[in-house]
Design a protein. Structure first.
Lengths: 330, 279
């Protein structure tokens, strides 16, 4: 990749040169043959990445892509077999055994996490039986040009933790490794439980899906003001409010406003945990003028008050044993 | 009532999950073991009045420990067990790994003990609730365990980073202090070694020893000695193998009354009360 941009890669970190676009790519080699690459970048021109099938070893490439643009740009070659548009296939799992082409639209800022993992690792991690069930169902949907899974709140929270130029954590490798495994867990559990519930998601048309993705990204973009109304959203989605509500729920698992509220609280939580803001500031940032309301909503979502979230973080020390023994006696 | 679950995870981790209610009082006592294993333990007790206590404990099997639970208490525990080798592998490849490893082997067999915060509780709940989704169980347990370990070790690291701002100490000095500490706790039946003697072992001046000792172990030399002596006393009484008089003798107290007094000062109860509570 570095070669194609004609730049020199330092410590697996690449900054996209100005004549091509902007942003960065950072790659990490982790234990158990896992690799993770994160990126936040824009390219001036559309990009098409072709990967040829290799027969001798099987590994998977799992991509999570979040394009930060409301407009869906149709690329011409999208309908070819094994060609995927990152704007539609926001979560995409492909195997090294098949030829794939991934296309990226021009001038769309995209945040992404790519995970490369071997089949043996996948089997031992999720269990052989579950792995078979997951992979066969996933690929049969994918080959029918269906989009098996979308980026929602929980994915986004983990992605946000990973997509940084420099990940500051005392156990950086473990941190990345654990987040990558969590993403895999969410995908496998989310996909399979939806499959078992026989969700009507598969009945949605391609362009309906991309309009719903647009609605979702609009909904969670900004929490500081009042959320868009269902009527406004249904205009954007060009579907009736009833249909919008029904389809949104089938895609993201929650009714529109519950989904909005959940995301809002998760944003609040991550702002609090960042340690840079007071509870009051965070409340304002997620659109609460009344701190009591903020605290109550927060508690409803996480079971603890926002203040408990911040004050609990004592440094680990070597504590007096007599006190601690006493506390172990229930 | 309840269950105990034993799971072997990838990469040689062992996991024990307890989720049960007591019918009568129980005491759990863990003796020293020759094989060296580490345990990271998350405890959550809810008693019959609905009051809950929870804690995070880290230690190794070279350390004696115990806990008690009253009747009608709901106990939930996660024990993550791993070898010294596992810990070394875990910490290798990380920039902070060497520092953490040094710190932990220095503190061993002593323990890290803290109250469980909301994030630990969330992870613990998620690990225990997996029984609803059998097919994903091992994957979810694997990830929760990894996150608990990550959280624990990164908090230890932050703790050291805070300590070290005030503490300028070389690894050779740390090693010497650790030697002095081993000597101090070697034998409780006689008088503890004098500071001068410890200073010779550590090859530093008495005043330097005193300062560094307190920095590293958090207590002055003699208080530290006393604390461990009394912990030993409590463990002896709880084992039911010693009477109060025998324990006092064994630990070098000249009289039972001075033993009682020292014991009360640390635990807020008399040795005889421990003995009674066991009957």
């Amino acid at each position: 990749m570095a070669r194609s941009f004609r730049v020199h890669a330092e410590n697996s970190f690449i900054r996209v040169p100005e004549n091509i676009g902007s942003g960065f790519f950072a790659a990490y080699n982790l234990p158990d043959g896992l690799s993770v690459m994160v990126s936040d970048s824009v390219f001036n021109e559309g990009l098409s990445i072709r990967r040829h099938a290799v027969a001798n070893q099987q590994y998977f490439i799992l991509q999570f892509n979040e394009p930060l643009s409301d407009d869906v740009i149709n690329m011409e070659n999208y309908n070819e077999q094994h060609t995927y548009n990152l704007q539609k296939n926001t979560i995409l799992l492909t195997s090294s055994l098949m030829d794939t082409t991934v296309v990226r639209p021009p001038k769309v800022r995209t945040r992404s996490v790519n995970i490369i993992l071997g089949i043996d690792f996948l089997n031992s991690f999720i269990g052989g039986e579950v792995a078979d069930k997951f992979l066969s169902n996933y690929f049969s949907l994918l080959l029918k040009k269906r989009n098996p899974e979308f980026i929602g709140t929980e994915y986004r929270v983990i992605m946000d933790e990973l997509i940084k130029e420099q990940i500051e954590h005392p156990l950086q490798k473990k941190f990345i490794y654990n987040r990558a495994l969590l993403l895999i867990e969410k995908l496998v559990t989310g996909f399979l439980s939806r499959l078992e519930k026989n969700s009507p998601l598969v009945k949605l048309k391609d362009d309906e899906i991309s309009r719903l993705i647009k609605v979702e990204s609009l909904l969670v973009k900004d929490f500081s003001g009042t959320p868009p109304t269902i009527t406004a959203l249904s205009k954007i989605a060009t579907m009736s409010p009833t249909k919008l509500k029904k389809d949104f729920k089938s895609m993201y698992g929650l009714p529109i406003y519950e989904y909005y509220q959940k995301n809002r609280m998760m944003r609040a939580k991550s702002l609090l945990l960042s340690g840079n803001f007071a509870v009051k500031e965070v409340g304002m940032m997620v659109g609460y003028s009344n701190l009591g309301h903020f605290a109550a909503s927060f508690k409803k979502e996480f079971g603890v008050l926002p203040s408990e979230m911040v004050t609990n973080d004592h440094a680990v020390g070597f504590k007096e044993k007599q006190k601690t023994k006493a506390s172990a006696i229930a | 009532m309840g269950y105990i679950k034993y799971v072997n995870l990838m990469n040689g981790l062992q996991l024990l999950i307890y989720d049960y209610s007591t019918v009568q009082d129980i005491i759990y006592y863990r003796k020293k073991s020759e094989k060296e294993f580490y345990v990271l333990r998350l405890d959550d007790f809810t008693d019959k009045d609905g009051i809950s206590k929870s804690s995070v404990f880290f230690g190794n099997t070279a350390q004696e420990w115990y806990y008690m639970a009253g009747a009608n208490t709901h106990l939930r525990q996660i024990n993550i067990i791993f070898s010294k080798k596992w810990l070394e592998d875990y910490l290798s490849n990380e920039e902070t790994g060497e520092m953490l490893n040094n710190y932990l082997s220095l503190k061993t067999p002593l323990v890290v003990y803290e109250l469980m915060d909301t994030e630990y509780k969330r992870l613990m709940n998620e690990a225990i609730q997996t029984k609803n989704e059998r097919q994903f169980e091992s994957m979810v347990l694997q990830n929760r365990t990894a996150l608990i370990l990550e959280r624990f070790f990164s908090r230890v690291y932050k703790g050291i980073a805070n300590e070290n701002n005030a503490l300028k100490i070389s690894s050779r000095e740390l090693h010497s202090i650790k030697q002095a500490e081993t000597e101090l706790l070697k034998d409780f039946s006689h008088h503890p070694p004098a500071i001068a003697q410890l200073a010779r072992i550590a090859a530093m001046s008495p005043s330097k020893l005193k300062i560094l000792f307190k920095e590293v172990f958090g207590l002055p030399v003699n208080q530290y000695y006393q604390k461990h002596r009394m912990n030993k006393a409590k463990a002896m009484l709880l084992s039911k193998k010693y009477s109060v008089r025998e324990a006092a003798n064994e630990l070098g107290f000249s009289s039972v009354s001075s033993f009682n007094k020292a014991f009360y000062k640390i635990f807020d109860e008399l040795p005889s009360e421990i003995a009674i509570s066991l009957k």
